[in-house]
Design a protein. Sequence first.
Length: 211
Amino acid sequence: MLRMALPTGRTLKQAAPLLEKAGYAPVESLSETRKLLVPSKCGRLEYLLVKPVDTPLYIEQGVAEVGICGKDVLMEVGADLLEPLDLGISRCRMVVAGRPEIERRLDNLLSPVRVASKFPRVAQNHFRKKGTPCTVFKLSGSVEIGAVLGLSHYIVDIVETGTTLKENGLVVHEEIAECSARLAVNRAAWYARLAELRELLSNLKQAVEGD
């Protein structure tokens, strides 16, 4: 039996129908159970329910051979995993946002640009590639407030519709990446359990393409 790490929350709700369509329906509702380990009805897969940010770690360390991770989380964590399939769910964009006029205000700025984000690694890497010195503040709550109240010049965050940005007077200045949920696989498991993982990959690919 393969073990699949699944992130709780929005991605889990969107992944559940896809997994059922692929033939891996759980024995009970994944969104309602309080259990951390739930087997599939077919007996070929066991689900490990964890927080989204922890999902790549469980896969990388071999606690789970495979899992579903948001690309935004994979970018931030930087885990050494294979990503053989884009599941096409939980779509969003990783962007740099701020007040509309902020770039004019930064023309003569001598100190580093201040950036607030839940994704400090992504933010640091993005501005480093641009050659822009920056100070990154990691926030756990709504990062929009960082730019609204002047804690930061920019925020780096994921957006779906952009409504929250608009309601707070912010706009997208750059798009860093398009993100969606990916099937992530432990590198060692890919060789040790290749036949099982290929079967899982094939069934999920058919389910994705059938939507």
